[in-house]
Design a protein around this ligand. Structure first.
Ligand code: ADP
Ligand code: MG
Ligand code: ZN
Length: 612
């Protein structure tokens, strides 16, 4: 776009210039009277002429009365000869002052050259521009095979393990790599073989890229960074040549770290994927393998790679001698989250009484990237409110924003809609508050958020990797609480419950087919989810069971839902007055935080119900 407007600008300027030059010449020539030769001869004979200047074929004539005129003589002949031919009186001619002007000077040449050369010049410039463009295109084509390697110098922008919170085990493992890079001799002398490749696995945003940079920072070596997707180009062979270039560049640097981010882009299982056209990727992958095998024992390059899809990687990459070290980065637990929040509050002005621990409590499942985003959102929000520092509430508000999308207070609810949503959310909250091992309610709200009309946030007290069947049943009951509350209060159901029902059905099906939590079907998993590599999603659930079992599964799913439904229904019907109270409070206040909700519930002295 830029070059186009630049070209247009130049074209217009050139045209204007040409027009200007031409008009300049024409304007000059038009002013004096033009005489023909015979008119001139008549005037000479009658003695009116005082001077004639011969300028090439042009005659500049001065008359006695100081008028000026111009004329032209024949090209071949001299002036006197021409005049003679037209019958000039020689005596009269002698009285005229004749002068010859040397035909040179800039104007003469310009008048000849510009009209003839200008078109050539314009064409030339045009060609030159075209050629230049073609040339840059060409050189781009020639440097295609060069890897777009980013070298983070050791000194600028240095990140160390201090900047990475949590990930203790990963850091410990990587310390070995750091130590080797710092003093390789120690290892080589004893005859140890240092791992060439270390693969970092972890969900998106868990800090894989960050950690890789931190390793380079700790070891103080050059860090070559390239993303797997950069290998994959439109042109065949480019990926492989980029790999070659990458390893060669790194070799020149000596001791260094080569980091291949998102390696799954090239390292997918060969022969997999839809639609063919994977040859290019295979070649690239092969080249990586070849380069890695070419390392000598005392090679001081170490390759780190990162992926969040270890399941799709080609097994050749994972073979001993290649990426044989695998390090798993987990989502941060509560302590790590607090640490990460601390790191990302550096450089932000926080109010003194801020408690990051409380924020960490409310953010299970957040990745490091989410938390970093959270702190930034909080700062943005505080600034928008014209505050000089970030307060606790900013952080809490941002958590929900990151979780659920921004609040939509602008959505106007009719009184009836508001009542329905209030009873619905109160239903969820009441069931949760009534069951023994339910997670505590952190917030109930009827303010629309993202796509949800209202929401009830419950968060586990402690993070658990394992959940039990009774916990799942509690969850199921709670999910259905909204639906039942609507049904028993209004005798009608709104569309607001559909999402809950879907979640409940999915969960119940998982309990039966994945977790073996159905008594009837027993500890067997049913169905095999195959992943379509190309789309990277679970699409087809291969059915490895009979139609009969399929019927049983459906029955069991229904039985689980029914059971959860009964539990929830009992609670809501027997505690109708509590439901009404919560709903009224919600209609009035719209949002109840944990404390307010617990205070409200306390008044009713509800006995916790155990679920089997
Ligand atoms: P990944 O490569 O695993 O997708 P990144 O390393 O790019 O994730 O992390 C994204 C951002 O999240 C980082 O730049 C950093 O700001 C933040 N982050 C992630 N994990 C951590 C952590 N453990 N400690 C501090 N910051 C983290
Ligand atoms: Mg990354
Ligand atoms: Zn609901």
């Amino acid at each position: 776009m830029k070059t186009l407007s630049k070209n247009v600008f130049w074209a217009i300027t050139t045209l204007l210039l040409i027009a200007f030059i031409f008009s300049f010449f024409y304007a000059e020539q038009k002013q004096p009277v033009v005489l023909s030769i015979d008119q001139l001869v008549l005037k000479i004979n009658s003695g009116e002429i005082s001077k004639i200047i011969v300028n090439g074929n042009n005659l500049e004539i001065e008359l006695k009365n100081n008028d000026k005129a111009v004329s032209k003589k024949e090209t071949e002949a001299g002036l006197s000869e021409t005049l003679k031919n037209f019958g000039v009186n020689p005596e009269a001619l002698q009285k005229v002052n004749l002068a010859i002007k040397e035909e040179s000077g800039f104007r003469y040449w310009a008048s000849i050259l510009i009209p003839s050369l200008l078109p050539l010049l314009i064409i030339g410039v045009f060609l030159w521009l075209m050629f230049r463009q073609a040339k840059t295109g060409m050189s781009q084509a020639f440097t295609f095979g060069k890897a777009n390697i980013k070298l983070f110098s050791q000194f600028k922008d240095q990140i160390t393990f201090k900047d990475v919170a949590g990930l203790k085990e990963a850091k410990e493992e990587l310390l070995e790599v750091v130590d080797f890079l710092k003093n390789p001799k120690k290892y080589l002398e004893i005859g140890a073989k240092i791992p060439k490749g270390v693969l970092l696995f972890g969900a998106p945003g868990t800090g894989k890229t960050l950690l890789a940079r931190a390793v380079a920072g700790e070891a103080n070596v050059p860090f070559f960074h390239i993303s797997g997707s950069e290998f994959v180009e439109m042109f065949v062979g480019v990926g492989a040549s980029r790999v070659r270039d990458l390893f060669q560049t790194a070799k020149k640097a000596g001791r260094c770290i080569i980091f291949i981010d998102e390696i799954d882009a090239v390292g997918r299982e060969r022969g997999a994927g839809l639609g063919g056209g994977n040859d290019e990727r295979e070649q690239t992958l092969n080249q990586i393998l070849v380069e890695m095998d070419g390392f000598e024992r005392n090679d001081e390059r170490i390759i780190l790679a990162a992926t969040n899809r270890p399941d799709v990687l080609d097994s050749a990459l994972l073979r001993p001698g290649r990426f044989d070290r695998r390090i798993i980065l987990d989502l941060p637990d509560i302590n790590d989250r607090e640490e990460i929040l601390k790191i990302h509050s550096r450089g932000k002005i926080l109010s003194k009484d801020i408690n990051l621990r409380k924020a960490a409590e409310r953010t299970p499942g957040f990745s490091g990237a989410d938390l970093s985003n959270l702190m930034n959102e909080a700062a943005l929000w505080a600034a928008r409110k014209n505050r000089k520092e970030v307060v606790q509430q900013d952080i809490f508000d941002s958590i929900e924003k990151v979780l659920l999308g921004p609040e939509r207070r602008s959505r106007v609810l009719s009184a009836k809609e508001k009542e329905i949503i209030a009873y619905h959310e109160a239903g969820h909250a009441l069931v949760a508050a009534s069951l023994k091992n339910a997670d505590p309610i952190h917030k109930v709200s009827i303010v629309a958020r993202g796509r949800a009309g209202g929401y009830t946030l419950k968060l586990p007290i402690e993070e658990t990797y394992l959940r039990t069947k009774s916990q799942f049943m509690t969850d199921l009951s709670m999910m259905l609480g909204g639906y039942i509350a609507e049904k028993t209060t209004f005798g009608d159901i709104s569309t607001g419950a559909s999402n809950d029902l879907q979640n409940a059905s999915e969960l119940a099906r998982k309990l039966v087919t994945k977790f073996g939590m159905s008594e009837k079907l027993g500890p067997i998993t049913y169905g095999k989810t195959e992943e379509l590599v190309f789309l990277g999603r679970e699409i087809t659930a291969g059915k490895n069971y009979s139609e009969k079992i399929a019927g049983e599964i459906d029955k069991e799913v229904k039985a689980l839902i029914d059971k959860a439904f009964e539990t929830a229904k009992k609670i809501i019907i027997s505690r109708k007055h509590v439901l009404k109270n919560i709903a009224q409070e919600l209609i009035e206040k719209e949002t109840l935080e944990r404390e307010a909700f617990e205070n409200l519930i306390k008044g009713f002295k509800l006995k916790p119900i155990a679920i089997q």
